[in-house]
Design a protein around this ligand. Structure first.
Ligand code: FAD
Ligand code: DHB
Length: 401
């Protein structure tokens, strides 16, 4: 088999890249190790819930935003809760009219798969043992097994969109990549519950017992998270204990109550800041979580994946149209502008809200920072600007940072 762009991974990054390339008249094949059903519906894959307005507008502009506009929820603020008191951060007022879209990542993935298949795109599910070779040549190759057969896919370029645990990054020769990493001394226990949200806007809550987040998916479905220890056993967290802990952390002095209901999904997520530089080698380009991850506190991961895709799709479009490799050569440098802005914000927002009992000074300073963010319009405006997306991706047209 042969194609122009071989894409490893049918997450938000791989699918959106394939769709943007299709609109630019460039052929691609997406290889995904999982089944379509698993990718679209498995509850172990419930992840992001918040899109910045930029990525949401992009999905509209490329014809995959209809269901998001019908079912997604546009939010104009978030709440910071600490010392049993709510403090609203009015995102829209502080950012000149911008907002966020609450819409689940799996819904974005479903919309993109439907769009690719409707336009004759090739997404090969259940593609096992994918390996990436010859990336230092101008004919890189993907090989894989499907239905018991070994297949090869010759490409002009390969996009590694296979997430943090994928294989693409490891195809780059040793010594090329520099790794920047920070592992946090806590994790998130997340639940999806069949209960109407007890809030209209997301609540980011700091309590002595740890951070808690109240998010949502729809008028009937709530998504909640608790800070726990890394490696926490789910078996130690029966549903009653989770609700009890959530009630304790979210408690306020104004009588606010948390409604509970059946827990549909439960998982523990490790928290890591991670970036490799450069995000490319030869004809291989790393996109999204394959190149960088953020702790989830700032809701940035999927948004970053979309931003990388915009940069790579624009660079490939230029290269195929003119033969000029300049924008492909600057892919990594162009992405790292938005990547590091989001890395810094995600680490900051994580430190603002999580409890680290080993750091007494940090604890007192954190309290001062929270109080300042709630009181100062300048501090709140900085949080708001970063939360809705502080840097537009560099797509070679002057519209960045
Ligand atoms: P992925 O979504 O990881 O997709 C990679 C794909 O590649 C997968 O389908 C995988 O099966 C496939 N794959 C992997 N290895 C191979 C292989 N060897 N061969 C073939 N296929 C392979 N981000 C936000 O923007 N907003 C949020 O609110 C938010 N909340 C989050 C909450 C939680 C609890 C978590 C865990 C993450 C959250 N994120 C959020 C981050 C976001 O989910 C990720 O950044 C996003 O999934 C990255 O997309 P991706 O396409 O790069 O990678
Ligand atoms: C969700 C996840 C996040 O990481 C976040 O910061 C906000 C919301 C969510 O799953 O809804």
């Amino acid at each position: 088999m042969r194609t122009q762009v071989g894409i490893v991974g049918a997450g938000p990054a791989g699918l959106l890249l394939s769709h943007l390339l299709y609109l630019a008249g460039i052929e691609s094949v997406v290889l995904e190790q999982r089944s379509r059903e698993y990718v679209e519906t498995d509850t172990a894959r419930i992840r992001a819930g918040v899109l910045e307005d930029g990525p949401a507008e992009l999905l509209d502009a490329v014809g995959v935003g209809a269901r998001m506009r019908a079912k997604g929820l546009v939010h104009h603020g978030i709440e910071l809760r600490f010392d049993r008191t709510a403090h609203r951060i009015p995102l829209t007022e502080l950012t000149g009219g911008r907002s966020i879209m609450v819409y689940g990542q799996q819904e974005v993935v479903k919309d993109l798969i439907a769009a690719r298949l409707a336009t004759g795109g090739t997404v090969l599910f259940d593609a096992h043992d994918v390996s990436v070779a010859d990336i230092g040549t101008d004919r890189p190759v993907l090989s894989f097994h499907q239905d018991g057969w070994e297949e090869t896919l010759e490409c002009d370029v390969i996009a590694g969109c296979d997430g943090f645990h994928g294989v693409s990054r490891n195809a780059i020769p040793p010594g090329v990549l520099r790794v920047y990493e920070k592992v946090y001394p806590y994790a998130w226990l997340g639940i999806l519950a069949a209960v109407p949200p007890s809030t209209e806007e997301l609540i980011y809550c700091r309590h002595e017992r740890g951070f808690a987040l109240h998010s949502l998916r729809s008028p009937e479905l709530s998504r909640l998270y608790l800070q726990v220890s890394p490696g926490e056993q789910l078996s130690h967290w029966p549903d009653d204990r989770i609700w009890e802990e959530l009630r304790t952390r979210f408690a306020t002095d104004d009588g606010w109550t948390l409604a509970d209901g059946p827990v549909l999904e439960k998982s523990v997520t490790a928290m890591r800041s991670f970036v490799v530089e450069p995000m490319q080698y030869g004809r291989l380009f790393l996109v999204g979580d394959a190149a960088h991850t953020v702790p989830p506190t700032g809701a940035k991961g999927m948004n970053l994946a979309v931003a990388d895709v915009q940069v790579l799709a624009a660079a490939l479009t230029r290269w195929y149209a003119s033969g000029d490799p300049a924008s492909l050569e600057s892919y990594s440098a162009d992405c790292l502008r938005h990547v590091w802005r989001a890395e810094d914000f995600s680490a900051w927002m994580t430190a603002l809200l999580h409890v680290d009992r080993s750091d007494g000074f940090g604890d007192r300073a954190q309290h001062a920072r929270l109080a300042y963010t709630a009181r100062s319009r300048a501090a709140a405006a900085s949080l708001a600007e970063n939360y809705v997306g502080a840097s537009r991706p560099w797509v070679g047209n002057g519209a960045h940072d």
